[in-house]
Design a protein around this ligand. Structure first.
Ligand SMILES: Cc1cc2nc3c(=O)[nH]c(=O)nc-3n(C[C@H](O)[C@H](O)[C@H](O)COP(=O)(O)OP(=O)(O)OC[C@H]3O[C@@H](n4cnc5c(N)ncnc54)[C@H](O)[C@@H]3O)c2cc1C
Length: 557
């Protein structure tokens, strides 16, 4: 009996990769969450993993990216509308991430006066965020920005008091009405202008005080932003030039009198990936806003938002790499080529094991970074957070496209077509290394730490030196970095090499302490030492490749 066709039987095609628990099927994720302090959330993460990995969730992700958001600048009679409509699948993604608290759970303690932050809250959130990104990455943008905006809002307590209760709500509300009428809100960020994204000091957008101005004061903002993602956010943290210099503002979508604020969207970006998420070009025509902090302190005040978004870039990239790897292993476990399962073909074994090493390393680094956000009061953790945020963001986000491309190739032609999610993941991943500080910007940030906060780098190097113990690969890598740090004149041109060396050493020390020796040894032998390499599937001839793949398999028994 033919299955699926009258002319032939469909066989030797793997079963669909769906209805999989993204938490319990991912050993590296589970271990990272446990060891970095998020263990209290294991049950909730397991339930969320099931919800994110079910067939309906993956379909939701597909639909949200196939039916693109649409901008309506005017209604049919010519009145301005400036609204963006999304497919219901996008809202369903937002709803599930809101219900899990991904937009605000780490700030829950702010709901009641005097409550302490929950230790491990950032790690637990990262665990769920890693899985939400696998279901659908585009909606993670407003989720991230809402979470990351909170520490900036807290700089202006009377404004935080108005907005925080709505941010902490877990009931997603997509209605386009003033925030006071909503059960919850989302926040966006407007920094990038045509003439400068990295160099925001070049911002030309102007802010005129309505009265005295100053912290919490009212302003009217005129100018533009070249990228403003999630334009249906209820408010944006925006940089603009006030009389006293570049200043951070909260710009709501509605003014105090309930009328729509003067944000005029010009068009939506036609993007390579990240298509479910609308990114707009906008003009402000005297838009109402309130200052967060003092005039002239804009960059200093918004930087904490940027730091939080960088953590999410790394976590989401690690999640997407994991999904690509899981698809590749799943395919190889079921597909037969030349009378052997692909997974048993020696060359494929090299490729899959090699990919698995980087995915586990990226996961380990991202969750160690999340832990440092949970313990920011501890000087060692604070040093890790300061130095390793740009390093982790750089390395994890930059290796993602190569990993996803290789994983896609493991599926052969099926990997390249849009029906499978690999093509979408491939188009998605570069964005995480571009926004929130591109590669060179991360490198410059690391150089800034070395120059202005050398004690942070010393603390991290000391930590890694101890963790290296008597392992030859780790000790040699540590020594090489120390030598580089003692050649300050060469640091600038060497910055990327230094970041890569620090990232791989950091990952190797975590793996050495916590992962099986098969994984830790193979990683150190190929990423810290060994022959030069530019593609995956090399250098593991003496490693336990089968054991490495078995650990990474989503179908692990
Ligand atoms: C999908 C998407 C959504 C976005 N959403 C938002 C948003 O919501 N809000 C927002 O404010 N922005 C947003 N952005 C903008 C993004 O943050 C910027 O594009 C990014 O910061 C880079 O700025 P730029 O495009 O002006 O490039 P530039 O600043 O011109 O940088 C170009 C290149 O030069 C490098 N570079 C910069 N300075 C140096 C230097 N001193 N030395 C060496 N190299 C350097 C950079 O690393 C980069 O590779 C979004 C971007 C994308 C792609």
């Amino acid at each position: 009996m033919a299955k699926g066709s009258t002319t032939h039987e469909v066989f030797n095609q793997p079963p669909p990769f769906e209805d999989v628990n993204l938490f319990t099927s991912d050993v590296a994720l589970q271990e990272a969450v446990m060891r970095e302090g998020g263990g209290y959330a294991a049950k909730s993460l397991s339930e969320f993993g099931l919800a994110m990995g079910c067939a309906e969730a993956f379909e939701r992700g597909r639909l949200a990216n196939e039916h693109l958001p649409r901008l309506e600048t005017h209604d049919h009679q010519g009145r301005r509308r400036d609204t963006v409509t999304y497919h219901p699948a996008y809202h369903a993604c937002m709803e599930s991430s809101f219900a899990q608290g991904l937009h605000s759970s780490v700030w829950q303690h702010r709901a009641a006066r005097g409550e302490e932050p929950r230790k491990g809250a950032n790690v637990a959130r990262a665990g769920a965020f890693y899985m939400a990104a696998q279901m659908e990455a585009g909606h993670c943008c407003p989720i991230t920005m809402t979470n990351a905006a909170v520490p900036v809002l807290l700089l202006q307590p009377e404004i935080a008091k108005e907005w925080l209760p709505k941010i902490l709500s877990r009931r997603y509300d997509a209605s386009f009405v003033p925030a006071v009428q909503k059960s919850s809100v989302t926040l966006g960020m407007g920094m990038t202008e045509k003439q400068g994204g990295t160099d925001v000091r070049a911002n030309t957008t102007k802010a005129e005080p309505i009265g005295a101005g100053g912290p919490g004061g009212e302003y009217l903002i005129t100018g533009h932003k070249w990228f403003l993602s999630a334009p249906m956010s209820d408010a944006f943290l925006v940089l603009a030039q006030a009389p006293g210099g570049l200043t951070c503002f909260l710009m709501p979508r509605f003014g105090l009198d309930g009328s729509v604020n003067a944000l005029h969207f010009q068009r939506l970006k036609n993007k390579l990936g990240n298509r479910s998420n609308a990114s707009s070009e906008v003009e402000f025509h005297g838009a109402y806003a309130r200052a967060i902090g003092e005039e002239g302190r804009g960059v200093a005040n918004i930087i904490e938002m940027v730091t939080h978004t960088r953590l999410d870039c790394a976590v989401a990239s690690a999640g997407l790499m994991r999904l690509a790897l899981a698809h590749a292993i799943h395919h190889a476990e079921h597909r037969t080529v030349f009378e052997k399962k692909l997974i048993d073909q020696p060359l494929m074994e090299q490729v899959l094991a090699d990919l698995a090493l980087d995915v586990e390393a990226a996961t380990a680094l991202s969750f160690r970074l999340a832990r440092s956000f949970d313990h920011a009061g501890d000087p060692k953790a604070a040093a890790w957070r300061r130095l390793m945020t740009p390093i982790t963001k750089y390395w994890v986000c930059k290796i993602a496209p190569a990993i996803v491309a290789e994983a896609m190739e493991c599926l052969g032609g099926n990997g390249y077509v849009e029906d499978a999610p690999l093509a979408r993941i491939y188009r998605e991943v570069p964005v995480n290394s571009i926004w929130e500080g591109s590669g060179n910007v991360m490198a410059l940030d690391v150089l800034r730490v070395l120059q202005r906060e050398p004690e942070a780098a010393e603390a991290v190097m000391e930590d890694m030196g101890q963790a290296a113990g008597d392992d030859d690969h780790l000790r040699a890598a540590h020594e090489r970095i120390q030598n580089w740090l003692h050649e300050p004149k060469l640091l600038d041109p060497r910055a990327r090499a230094l970041i890569e060396a620090l990232a791989t050493l950091a990952a190797a020390t975590i793996l050495k302490a916590h992962a099986p020796s098969d994984v830790a040894d193979a990683f150190a032998a190929t990423r810290l030492s060994g022959s030069p390499r530019q593609t995956y599937g090399q250098g593991l001839e003496k490693s336990a490749t089968k054991a490495i793949i078995e650990r990474a398999s989503p179908n692990r028994s």
